[in-house]
Design a protein. Structure first.
Length: 118
């Protein structure tokens, strides 16, 4: 995946439609939130097993693909508008999580790092 190519394509798409005027970070974040809600709707009433890839319906899988693509598009657009190097920040966050969730304390444990003593 080349984020820069995707960023240019999204920018071209928005520019051709004169949508940059609507693409403030606030508006894009609100749109992103709506797309996450649409993805949640697909899975909302499924149980754990039904939500797994091997059990999800073809229709729901296709809908999930569309919503995930929308979510990624908005994330890339927001990062572009805020001049954030998305790839750099993703790797930085992964490194931070590796420190926050050391294997010896986190493996097989779903308890959040700041709630382990409760």
């Amino acid at each position: 995946m080349n984020i820069e190519d995707i960023k240019r394509r999204i920018e071209k798409f928005a520019s051709e439609r004169d949508w940059n005027q609507f693409h403030s970070p606030k508006n894009l974040i609100m749109a992103l939130s709506s797309e996450v809600g649409e993805l949640s709707d697909i899975f909302q009433w499924l149980n754990e097993e039904q939500s797994k890839k091997e059990h999800i319906s073809d229709n729901n899988l296709e809908l999930a693909k569309e919503e995930i693509a929308d979510i990624l598009i908005y994330l890339i657009r927001i990062s572009d508008k805020l001049d954030i190097d998305l790839e750099k920040e993703v790797f930085k966050k992964i490194e931070s999580n590796e420190k926050k969730y050391p294997i010896d304390k986190s493996k097989g444990n779903a308890v959040k790092y700041n709630r382990r003593d409760e």
